[in-house]
Design a protein around this ligand. Structure first.
Ligand code: FE
Length: 247
């Protein structure tokens, strides 16, 4: 069976930096050749230097409060992360009515659980089934549903992932240790500044009667991107680790 790439442009041209707030833009995305030739005599990368210079100017001119910046960074490092998405998935597994709302209007259904905000405004949830596996990529840069998954992993932003997810999704999945049945269709979804996708993984077998909290422990970040599957009950992590399930 052939792979069906649900891959279109989604208005990728207006991937404006203004709408993104990506701190990684320009590192490997919008690289301007002339900048790479400079010798800075410093171990800091071009992007680190730019970020520092920009931060200094903004702070000096009073446009931003360094404490606010620290808080913002801490929020995404500790409070906002895949544990949010895991709660959404566990709810959908447990509550058919919620799942229906999630598939119809993900932004609203996710907001019901209190998760909203930057990079989570236009969410679409795509459901894995026996027939279909969904995989999410941003081919142009690194659009990602921050409100439910936190900040994107480095590989998500890498050029090889961004190109191969479309050209060879099965190969990418193999790199992640995921082998799907040959007959299973793979759909690749290209995130944009307008639409952020979240994969609703298949609920593992033998989890009947589990609480949402316990189910959430089986939901990994990668299974919500589509580069992984939900953990099996025998792989359930110990309780202490779940609150640290950030990166
Ligand atoms: Fe992007």
């Amino acid at each position: 069976m052939h792979d069906d790439h649900m891959h279109d442009d989604h208005g990728h041209d207006d991937h404006g930096h203004d709408d993104h707030g990506h701190d990684d833009h320009g590192r490997d995305d919008h690289k301007h050749g002339h900048e790479d030739d400079h010798e800075h005599g410093s171990h800091l990368s071009e992007m680190d230097l730019r970020v520092r210079a920009l931060e200094s100017i903004l702070v000096e001119k009073g446009y931003v409060d360094p404490k606010a910046l620290d808080l913002l960074i801490e929020t995404y490092e500790t409070k906002v992360g895949p544990h949010n998405g895991a709660k959404v998935v566990a709810r959908a597994w447990s509550d058919a009515a919620y799942k229906g709302r999630l598939l119809r209007d993900a932004t609203a259904a996710i907001a019901e659980l209190g998760f909203m905000g930057r990079q989570g405004e236009h969410m679409v949830v795509v459901e894995n089934t026996e027939e279909v596996h969904n995989l999410v990529v941003c081919t142009l840069c690194s659009c990602y549903p921050w409100s439910v998954l936190g900040l994107p992993p480095v590989w998500y932003k890498s050029a090889p992932y961004r190109s191969r997810a479309v050209m060879d999704p099965r190969g990418v999945l193999a790199d992640f240790g995921v082998t799907l049945p040959a007959g299973k269709q793979i759909r690749v979804w290209d995130s944009t500044s307008e639409i952020r996708y979240l994969v609703l993984p298949e609920r593992p077998a033998s989890t009947e009667g589990w609480s949402e909290e316990r189910l959430a422990r089986l939901v990994t970040r990668d299974c919500m991107i589509g580069t992984g599957l939900a953990s099996q009950p025998q792989e359930e992590p110990p309780r202490e680790q779940t609150s640290q399930q950030v990166a």
